[in-house]
Design a protein around this ligand. Structure first.
Ligand SMILES: *[C@@H]1O[C@H](CO)[C@@H](O)[C@H](O)[C@H]1NC(C)=O
Ligand SMILES: *[C@@H]1O[C@H](CO)[C@@H](O)[C@H](O)[C@H]1NC(C)=O
Ligand SMILES: *[C@@H]1O[C@H](CO)[C@@H](O)[C@H](O)[C@H]1NC(C)=O
Ligand SMILES: *[C@@H]1O[C@H](CO)[C@@H](O)[C@H](O)[C@H]1NC(C)=O
Ligand SMILES: *[C@@H]1O[C@H](CO)[C@@H](O)[C@H](O)[C@H]1NC(C)=O
Length: 424
């Protein structure tokens, strides 16, 4: 079986190859050995992405203010269908010096990025306007609440962007950080608002297989067991922003009730082969199902599923010199909605709708909605750090997965604010 290639494979850009995460066609179609090596390298790159994160100290609580300036978007408009329009009047609401929490690895200007045009674009939904993020109004909406991002380093990237946006109104207090900086909690005292990242690559319990004391890069996923790291905390959370994706492009063994039920990227006798999409679908279903079933959770929990965030490696994969040096967005006609990334997004929307139907049928119905960022971000090959991510140990490698701050990822919080104004 040939697993899907998780890249945009636009016909007119023949130099693009499968880029990433063990899902590269080269790795996927050949035998096990290169695949294992690849997966190991991959585990390394993610570990390194993780190690080089922020170190921000600061305190400056602020007063609560008026929240009436935010205009709700029209209910009947699809905010996620649109295009990027040049906008030179509205610069970013923060800079690398006005955001005290900016993480070094996303501080692209500090690491030599020279072009700034990528900041001068505004997302324009086809049928309406997307209201701009308003930190004061946002903090008013979430007063007294806890919002948690559940996911991997791209989920953390969103939290980092939101922190920068909010810190223009109130400086958060860093209240918790684990030794690996995977779990982090911030508190906005002036608004009694708590913001967290609950790290979970797979949403379900996943363990890296270890043979004779060394990591193999192969993971075991227990599709019927949600990852306790976030599940334990979810009863204290009012708003969960759940996402997953990039860790599924590797060799994974799938278990249900302790029995091996399939395998991703492996050809093993008597084991059903699946692509990453199936593993992600089942993990999401388990995670959203858990939120629907959760007895201890607050009745009002709102869950937003943030859809797949595309990478943009060109001229190679991340480990074969691939990069992302573009300085402006693609137009609507230039993105490929036949790509597997878009397929991932469609699957995620299906699982979200499924959970939403279940939630609606319950007495203490949980609410579900999408932060459907995939289409907008497919158009932003210019938004990644590329070589400007300041990693001394991985010089020569490009980060075309995460997003610069400030940058187009800041629109995710515009979407977040719009979604919350409709769903909380
Ligand atoms: C909030 O601002 C609006 C207009 O900007 C004003 O009409 C309203 O009185 C203000 N409310 C509070 C509580 O300050
Ligand atoms: C901010 O970016 C400028 C380049 O635009 C860079 O020279 C400076 O070092 C950066 N400042 C911080 C605090 O990262
Ligand atoms: C583990 O190590 C032992 C002793 O070195 C060796 O015999 C065995 O084949 C190894 N197992 C695997 C799966 O590599
Ligand atoms: C696979 O299944 C067949 C039929 O049940 C069996 O004969 C064979 O031994 C199995 N192979 C392995 C490697 O388990
Ligand atoms: C890909 O390679 C071509 C030809 O060398 C070059 O012009 C282009 O800028 C490269 N693209 C990226 C994103 O680096």
């Amino acid at each position: 079986m040939k697993p899907p290639c998780p890249v945009q494979d636009r016909a007119h850009k023949k130099d693009i190859r499968c880029h990433n995460y063990g899902g590269g066609s080269a790795a996927a179609t050949t035998a096990l050995n290169p695949l294992l090596v690849f997966a190991l390298l991959l585990a390394t790159i993610f570990t390194l992405f993780m190690l080089f994160s922020p170190s921000p100290p600061m305190i400056k609580p602020d007063l609560q203010r008026n929240t009436s300036s935010f205009i709700r978007p029209q209910q009947d408009c699809d905010l996620y269908r649109g295009h990027w329009v040049p906008d030179f009047r509205r610069s970013s609401s923060y800079t690398n010096s006005s955001c005290p929490t900016i993480p070094d690895s996303k501080n692209c200007f500090r690491h030599g990025r020279k072009d700034t045009d990528f900041l001068n674009w505004r997302w324009k939904p086809d049928g309406c306007e997307l209201p701009r993020f308003d930190p004061r109004a946002f903090l008013g909406m979430v007063r007294g609440k806890t919002l948690a991002f559940v996911g991997d380093s791209v989920a953390r990237n969103h939290m980092e962007s939101l922190l920068c946006l909010l810190s223009q109104e109130e400086t958060p207090v860093d209240v918790f950080k684990d030794s690996e900086d995977r779990f982090r909690t911030w508190h906005f005292r002036g608004h009694d608002f708590t913001l967290k990242i609950l790290w979970s690559q797979f949403l379900v319990r996943g363990e890296e297989e270890v043979i004779n004391g060394s990591s193999t890069g192969t993971f075991s996923l227990h599709l019927d067991e949600v990852d306790g790291a976030w599940a334990r905390e979810i009863p204290t959370v009012d708003i969960a922003v759940v996402s997953a994706g990039h860790w599924f492009f590797r060799k994974i063994r799938l278990y249900q009730r302790g029995r091996l039920v399939g395998c991703v990227y492996c050809e093993e006798p008597n084991v059903t082969s699946y692509g990453p999409e199936h593993a992600l679908r089942m993990s999401l279903r388990a995670a959203l199902g858990h939120i629907n079933e959760c007895e201890e959770c607050k009745g009002t929990t709102t869950t937003l599923l943030r859809t797949f965030s595309p990478a943009h490696f060109e001229n190679g994969t991340w480990d074969t010199g691939g990069g992302c040096a573009r300085t402006s967005p693609y137009g609507e006609g230039e993105i490929d909605l036949g790509s597997s990334e878009w397929g991932f997004r469609n699957m995620q929307m299906e699982e979200m709708a499924r959970a939403e139907r279940v939630g609606r049928g319950r007495r203490r119905g949980r609410r579900f909605a999408a932060l459907d960022v995939t289409r907008a971000m497919l158009m932003r090959p210019d938004g990644h750090p590329g070589e400007h991510w300041g990693n001394k140990w991985m010089r020569g490698y490009n980060d075309c997965v995460h997003w610069c701050l400030p940058g187009p990822i800041d629109v995710w919080s515009d979407f977040l604010m719009a979604a919350l104004s409709q769903h909380i």
